[in-house]
Design a binder for this molecule. Structure first.
Ligand code: PEP
Ligand code: MN
Length: 660
């Protein structure tokens, strides 16, 4: 049984609750669970839960039907997000929620060169946590056992050089204290999953723990081991499926993909997958990793080695850095399909000053300047709580990012200009219905605002209504015009009056204003998050005409002195790979062709070209252009200068890291 304590509980009330439980033969243990302080009461005692719930200082009592109470979703319904940081006050790498967190590194630390090179390569491809064994639990006593403390020191230094907290295995309770100060996240290996003394010790050190599933452990045994860690005080537990022992011998183990949705249902803890130990064969690691992401894993831990053929352990299952890079690109492309975003964190390496936006930029929010933006100022979006833009915002800035809901897109731009928001997230294009011209027009009207990033969000529309409503009671449907346009086929089957709203979440909020018989006559089209935000019912999910329905949001910010917007803190100095422009051309043969030639002549690839009538100038057009930045900033600067000369109304919107 778990007693969740009220936020401002006094020491006296806390002591009273404990003695109340102890008098009834419970053993009590105090701990934190997410944001809550709780008392876990175990033992054979009996108590009337209703009476307990009435004691001062008790917020709620959770009596679960599961033997693992702290780890159970019955106790805590929201997903837990585990933070791992290299220093108590340093930036945290988050695992869980709507992000995909990638851990990579060698099986074992072998030498300074090996761990530094691997760290640099995996970081370059986007890994955010560095893995590696200093103490290796090997099946054979004659196999390489790891470099011990020396290996750990090297790994910590490599992690620091690349701005990656480190995850390493602790194999015995005796070593845990010595390793503590150099370790950011303890890994409990598969062979030690039920080493209960080790679990208690690792938990008591109050660090986040990555708990591997034992090769022969049931899901319940695995969750009970997580319970040991949580009950001993671990500062967050991440579960890791790494393959189980079955009759199949082709692969090293059998990756239990179904464990991911099962554990997600049973527990609030994040679940990641180790495809390397699961399959044990390099050629199959990436497929298994992608399958895990598709099945809902919150991340992966992947073995990578610069020269796998010479690795001292697990070479055959270690990816070459180039294979890992390919896997990362595939994960980035897959993430929006499953409603997630690949987590990126700033790299500390200070890149050379930019000759042009194409080169790496030293940005505010990078590690060499105090973080600015989202940490202190809100991020603006248009709409109400639960809007798709808010989902996109949380992807880029985190679930807990301070945010400002604005009543219109122009209010969003105004809040950037007057400094009340540091960043903004606005939609610019939907894959089914095309560009959102209003926002392109605003970029033209606000020359001091530039692009700083991009997020691609899969849009799954739901028909949302008050309790008691059904498809038969509805006469009116409310949504943003884009919502109607994207659900055309579904709406055609019904004869409802369509009532446009400025935002999908606002349409949902409006349902709460209806009383009496009107309660069930209106419905709204919006995302699941909006239904949750207002506690309403989803009558039908996935009503968009085509499931491949994505909206591209851009992150916008006020331009800095270098003429570019600062990158959002989550992107740090990740290299910009995309830029956007708007221009018009003169009315003469070959005018557009000449502009495109400027780009093609320098090998610059266009990813979007769209023409649109210029407001107030009938039959004249402007062009929206998105392009992939070339390797050298030089080429891009020259192309920009040439385009500026050849075109009218030229507007450079900025260089940024594009979504795949
Ligand atoms: C490892 O991650 O290096 C390892 C030994 O994994 P497992 O405990 O899953 O075998
Ligand atoms: Mn290994």
């Amino acid at each position: 049984m778990i007693v969740i304590l009220s936020k401002g509980i006094t020491g006296r009330d806390r002591a009273l609750i404990r003695s109340w439980l102890e008098e009834r033969s419970f053993t009590c243990r105090e701990q934190t669970l997410g944001d809550d302080a709780v008392i876990g009461a175990a033992g054979k005692g009996t108590a009337d839960i209703r009476e307990l719930a009435l004691l001062p200082g008790v917020e709620r009592v959770a009596a679960t039907s599961k033997p693992y109470e702290l780890a159970s979703r019955e106790t805590k319904s929201a997903d837990t997000i585990v933070s791992v940081s290299a220093a108590p006050s340093g930036p945290a790498v988050k695992i869980g929620g709507s992000r995909i967190t990638i851990i990579a590194g060698p099986c074992a630390v072998e030498s300074r060169e090996q761990i530094f090179e691997t760290a640099a390569r995996v970081r370059e491809s986007g890994a955010v946590l560095l893995r590696g064994g200093a103490y290796k639990p090997r099946t054979s006593p004659y196999a390489f056992q790891g470099l011990g403390m020396q290996g750990l020191e090297l790994m910590k230094a490599a992690g620091e050089a690349e701005g990656m907290p480190i995850v390493t295995e602790v194999v015995s309770p005796e070593l845990a204290d010595a390793m503590k100060d150099l370790t950011d996240m303890f890994q409990i290996g598969a062979r030690n999953m039920q080493n209960f003394e080790l679990l208690k010790k690792a938990g008591a050190l109050k660090k986040p723990v990555l708990l591997k599933r034992g090769p022969s452990a049931t899901i319940e045994e695995w969750l009970l081991s997580a319970e040991y860690l949580l009950a001993s005080g671990a500062n967050g537990v991440v579960l890791c499926e790494r393959g189980i022992r079955t009759f199949e011998t082709y692969t090293r183990n059998t990756l239990d993909i179904s464990a991911i949705p099962v554990v997600k249902r049973l527990s609030h803890l994040p679940v990641i997958v180790d495809p390397s130990h699961a399959v044990g064969i390099r050629a199959m690691v990436s497929s298994a990793g992608l399958a895990a992401v598709a099945a809902g894993a919150d991340g992966l831990t992947v073995e990578v080695h610069p020269k796998p053929d010479t690795a001292l352990s697990d070479g055959p299952q270690s990816l070459y850095p180039a294979q890992f890079e390919r896997l990362m690109r595939d994960i980035e492309a897959l993430a929006p399909v499953v409603g997630k975003e690949l987590l990126r964190t700033p790299r500390p390496a200070v890149l050379p000053a930019a000759p042009s936006p194409a080169a790496g930029r030293r940005v505010p929010g990078g590690p060499d300047t105090p973080p600015s933006g989202a940490a202190e100022h809100p991020v603006a979006f248009a709409g109400e709580s639960g809007a798709y833009a808010e989902q996109a915002l949380m992807r880029a800035f985190g679930e807990d990012a301070p945010r400002r809901a604005c009543p219109s897109f122009s209010a969003v731009f105004d809040s950037l200009l007057d400094g009340s928001s540091a960043f903004a997230v606005v939609p610019v294009e939907n894959s089914l219905t095309g560009s959102i011209h209003e926002n392109y027009d605003l970029f033209l009207r606000y020359p001091d605002i530039a692009l700083a990033g991009e997020i691609k969000l899969r849009i799954v529309h739901c028909l949302i209504a008050r309790e008691g409503a059904s498809l038969d009671t509805i006469v009116e449907v409310r949504s943003h015009s884009q919502g109607f346009a994207q659900c055309g086929d579904f709406l055609k089957k019904h004869h409802w009056v369509l009532e446009p709203y400025y935002n999908t979440a606002a349409a949902v909020a409006s349902l709460l204003g209806e009383e009496g018989a009107d309660r069930t006559r209106a419905a709204a089209i919006a995302g699941e998050a909006a239904a949750k935000a207002y506690g309403l019912h989803i009558l039908k999910e996935g009503i968009e005409t085509n499931p491949l329905n994505y909206t591209r949001f851009v992150i916008a910010a006020r331009k800095g002195e270098n003429g570019e917007a600062p990158a959002p803190p989550s992107l740090g100095s990740v290299r910009a790979n995309k830029a956007s422009l708007i221009f018009s051309v003169s009315d003469e043969p070959g005018a557009l062709f000449a502009c495109l030639k400027i780009l093609s002549g320098r090998g610059i690839n266009l990813s979007k070209l769209e023409s649109r009538p210029i407001q107030g100038r009938p039959w004249q057009y402007q062009f929206y252009v998105d392009l992939r930045l070339p390797e050298t900033g030089e080429d891009f600067s020259r192309a920009l200068a040439a385009l500026r000369e050849r075109t009218g109304d030229f507007r450079y919107l900025g260089a940024y890291r594009g979504a795949v």
